[in-house]
Design a protein around this ligand. Structure first.
Ligand SMILES: [Zn+2]
Length: 99
């Protein structure tokens, strides 16, 4: 019952320090690709104004992986190692939602 509720359309409370607010910023994102360091300038991210924690936009990460991975989406030609299928691949980072 306060007017401040309308402010929280773009900002989220920081899950790390619980004191700061994550703000939309553009940072330089670094990632390793085949032993090579790749930098992506002006990458969308959420940055805490208190502790400096960065949360990258999950959609942008997915987009970036598609660009950096030319083989993404292609079916693997042969499966010679059925054992490796037992490993679940859940490497996606999800945005932390705190209610
Ligand atoms: Zn923080």
């Amino acid at each position: 019952m306060s007017e401040t509720n309308s402010i929280f359309t773009e900002n989220f409370p920081c899950a790390e320090c619980r004191a700061g607010v994550l703000q939309r910023r553009h940072v330089t994102y670094f990632t390793w690709l085949g032993g090579e360091l790749v930098s992506v300038p002006h990458f969308p991210a959420w940055v805490c104004d208190v502790c400096g924690k960065r949360e990258y936009d999950s959609r942008a990460i997915t987009w970036l992986n598609m660009i950096l991975n030319p083989n993404a989406g292609k079916p693997t030609p042969k499966r010679r190692h059925p054992r490796s299928l037992r490993r679940p691949q859940t490497g996606m980072s999800r945005p932390v939602q705190d209610s």
